[in-house]
Write a protein that binds this ligand. Sequence first.
Ligand SMILES: [Zn+2]
Ligand SMILES: [Zn+2]
Length: 370
Amino acid sequence: MIAPDRPAAHKSWFRRASSIGLVLIAAALAFLAFLIWNGSRLLDAPLAALAGDRMVPAHDELFAADALRVFVCGSSSPLATPDRAKTCIGVIANGRILLFDTGAGSMRNIENWRLKPERISHVFLTHFHSDHFADLDEVAVQSWIMGRSEPITVFGGEGVERVVEGYNQALALDAGYRNAYGTERFFPIAAATLRPHPISPLPGRAVPVFREGKLVVSAFAVDHGIVKPALGYEVRYGDRRIVISGDTRRNPGLETIAEQTDVLFHEAYSGRLTEIIGKGARQSGNARMQYILGKAGDYHTPSEDFSELAGSTRARRVVMYHLAPPPDNFVMKRIFLSGMPDNVTLAEDGQLFTLRPGETGIDESWIAAP
Ligand SMILES: [Zn+2]
Ligand SMILES: [Zn+2]
């Protein structure tokens, strides 16, 4: 006796249902493609919901008062590279964002990360090479558009008035248009301009320039060859502390200030990679590039010195930044880091360090992974 072929019937029913399902999915996708291709009004509602979501700041938790938070908003040097903005270290404390340099592309990072640009209240410039301040205009305008209602104070050595005045001049027409069009309520004209704050740093001594509660920012002089003044900064938050080198040769004064700091952000160029690229420049007859690369050692710190530098400062973490040439691949990164102790690392845009007062740990995470 032959058993009824129930499994076969079930199989064919399942096959038919699957085919119908596939046809329906294909039809839905084709309909969606038709709507997108024709810019249909039916897409307006989902797009409005998406736009609303994009306007909500993505990182409220970073503004909690429990810690000093430090992020890398630009890890490269004058050389452009797709994945790194030029020099910028950001600090979040007391509900504010403080920027230490604002190299090109750094503000685009902050905007893309939805980091509340309107909270930027102070910029601390290390010196006046343009790879350290070329985004000042974007910082001023975009933070104002996003709702900043107080002027940004720009600290820097002698000459900061000239740089800031130049930006204020360049942005005056833009500020006038926006104020006239958007009303004083949304675009208070007094907040549009940058306010210079000149400081006179001393070598080997960190002098406080900004205090607010647990937060103290101090400045000190470093050695950037013919570029004077050149500053580094120390940021304290309760018993936690970071030091930012700015551009400098090896500098004993800086290394004393950075002794046993939690995180030292120190500029670095790779002597070996610079030599390799210099060879390439010579072979291709590029005398200009060969000349520029040959000068790096005159006023920067070779990565080859970092093992010793980490030992002399005994900083908990040493983060190489202002990377020259910017290491865009694994091989270049290994050349920067070969032979380094574990506490020496390379900065990457989007890196975040969290330091809680009363503790010794350093939480490392990402605002946005590369
Ligand atoms: Zn530089
Ligand atoms: Zn420089």
